[in-house]
Design a protein around this ligand. Structure first.
Ligand code: AMP
Ligand code: MG
Length: 347
């Protein structure tokens, strides 16, 4: 029997012609890697269960982790029967934050295949702001299910090169839209509960959400490790995502304590995932992920830096424990998982 040959993965610039090619591929049930303002997505027709199943196969994603459905116009929610009802708080959130990095979970509509919602009776919807994402959805003439375009367990991709690294040979096309503006996955909130619950922090902060809809609660899994057997309100939160090859440990301390702690453990096998301000005081290999004072920059650089660390042979990474305010809550949420919840408190 002939051995199966991996398909060639082509990198496409976002020209009108290539966007049409992506749209046609998606219409036929194919997969395309696409840029968004959060991270790169691996897209398929959200209304085609078989096409969606192929996303899980390509990523090695557990089938019980539901996907986000992307639209390019608010009216598509009703047009394609994506939800059973649009709760009033969904209108308020959409009005304030769409198009943008906010995913809103609502009661699931008839058109959503089980592969998308992982059998839940809710569905996650997002209207991305990236013009290329919008153009691809419009060209495909259907909503697109699109999780992050990485292999399950590796950091989400923030450039086309990251997608190529993970999915080369598994998908026909990746559209190169440059580096992602936010760099972390969308904020996820459910309005299928009252008050609404923040399930995943991202570029839109809890403060901004409260300003729009009043009281919200924050799922326990956002900042804490769930106990064995405890059910995650969002299935994705139970997985140890973004696990680097090296053992990553968060150090909760002030500046001086962090520098002293790391330098006392100086070795060729040790690295520091640190703030820009720390670099020239450290005696080990440094991987700065942004200024101590710039949470948006930290979010933007984190995943690229984690991938850079994965290319080294370092075995231990001591990481600054981020703040949990504003956008930093999202950075903390990703790093605490990368660290398998291992934190050393010096302060
Ligand atoms: P990703 O597609 O990789 O950005 O991950 C999507 C995230 O949204 C995962 O953490 C999912 O568990 C979560 N999610 C998607 N749909 C739902 C839903 N209906 N209820 C709760 N969480 C959801
Ligand atoms: Mg993901």
């Amino acid at each position: 029997m002939k051995a199966s040959v991996a398909m060639e993965t082509r990198l496409l610039l976002p020209t009108n012609e290539n966007i049409k090619l992506a749209g046609d591929t998606l219409k036929k049930g194919g997969l395309v890697g696409i840029p968004t303002e959060t991270v790169y997505g691996l897209a398929a027709n959200a209304l085609d269960g078989n096409a969606v199943k192929a996303i899980f196969d390509a990523k090695g994603r557990p089938m019980d982790n539901p996907l986000i459905v992307h639209i390019s116009d608010f009216s598509q929610i009703e047009k394609f029967n994506l939800v059973r009802e649009i709760p009033s708080k969904a209108y308020i959130l959409a009005e304030r934050f769409w198009a943008g990095p906010l995913t809103i979970i609502m009661p699931k509509g008839k058109a959503i295949p089980d592969e998308v919602s992982a059998g839940l009776d809710t569905v996650a919807i997002r209207f991305p702001s990236h013009p290329v994402t919008q153009a691809v959805i419009t060209a495909a003439e259907c909503p697109l299910a699109a999780p992050s375009a990485n292999l399950s367990g590796s950091p989400s991709p923030t450039s086309a090169a990251h997608v190529m690294n993970d999915l080369n040979g598994k998908i026909p096309y990746i559209i190169d839209g440059g580096c992602c503006e936010v760099g972390l996955e969308s904020t996820v909130i459910t309005v299928a509960a009252e008050p609404p619950v923040l399930l995943r922090p991202g570029g839109i902060t809890p403060e901004q959400l409260r300003d729009a809809v009043g009281d919200i609660s924050i799922s326990q899994a956002v900042l804490n490790k769930l106990n064995d057997g405890q059910k995650a309100e969002s299935p994705g939160m139970k997985y140890k995502h973004y696990a680097p090859k090296a053992n990553l440990i968060l150090i909760k301390s002030n500046d001086k304590q962090y520098i002293n702690y790391v330098n006392a453990r100086k070795s060729d096998a040790v690295g520091a995932l640190c703030y820009d301000e720390d670099t020239d005081k450290l005696l080990v290999k440094t991987f700065p992920f942004g200024s101590k004072f710039d949470y948006v920059q930290q979010a933007n650089r984190l995943f690229d830096v984690l991938r850079t660390i994965d290319k080294t042979n370092l075995t231990t990474i001591y990481c600054r424990c981020p703040d949990t305010r504003g956008t930093a809550m999202a950075v903390y949420n990703r790093l605490i998982r990368a660290a398998g919840f291992e934190v050393i408190e010096l302060a």
